[in-house]
Design a protein around this ligand. Structure first.
Ligand SMILES: Cc1cc2nc3c(=O)[nH]c(=O)nc-3n(C[C@H](O)[C@H](O)[C@H](O)COP(=O)(O)O)c2cc1C
Length: 158
């Protein structure tokens, strides 16, 4: 079955997942790997990767999902906040809603992804509070992700 790997990645986390897919899936069936492009729509199966922007996928991926017709779709993404599967489910639900019932979702995967130091500096400048502490702890937990266990889990989800 022909497939395409389509993804948006500003700081490399989601690209790491896309690289893992490329090295795991059969190379001869891959017709496209790269940023959202109509060229990818020729594939029978679409692996669509996003970074989380305000609780949903980035705009480039949302626009791409609007163009899906009857392909199989595997969604994968990264988010700065991790630790709660329900949080990832919520994001994936919003991302999937861009399909409006088109295509067939055959798999979904998300993991945490590190954030830029400027984000930590912003948290650190906030007034001391339990929320500030939680955000700093989450930032530091995210620093190692996506890690090897995340990439293994992605392979297992295929
Ligand atoms: C403008 C902006 C908005 C973001 N919004 C969220 C968000 O709502 N929820 C979240 O968990 N992470 C959010 N993040 C964190 C990124 O989704 C996360 O670091 C992701 O792994 C980045 O992926 P990339 O390296 O592929 O660009 C945001 C990051 C940026 C820059």
């Amino acid at each position: 079955m022909t497939y395409a790997i389509v993804f948006s990645s500003r700081t490399g986390n989601t690209k790491l997942l896309a690289d893992t897919l490329l090295s795991t899936l059969p190379g001869e069936e891959c017709i496209y790997w790269g940023e959202p492009s109509p060229e990818a729509l020729k594939a029978e199966k679409l692996y669509v990767g996003f970074w989380t922007d305000k609780g949903t996928c980035d705009e480039g991926v949302a626009n791409f999902l609007h163009q899906v017709t009857n392909q199989q779709v595997f969604l994968f993404g990264t988010a700065g906040f991790g630790g709660a599967p329900a949080y990832f489910d919520q994001i994936l639900g919003r991302v999937e809603a861009n399909l409006e019932g088109r295509g067939t979702v055959v798999g979904r995967f998300m993991c945490q992804g590190k954030m830029p130091q400027a984000v930590r500096d912003r948290y650190a400048a906030m007034e001391e509070s339990p929320r500030r502490t939680a955000m700093l702890e989450n930032f530091d937990r995210a620093l190692s992700h996506p890690d090897q266990a995340d990439l293994d889990a992605l392979r297992a989800a295929l």
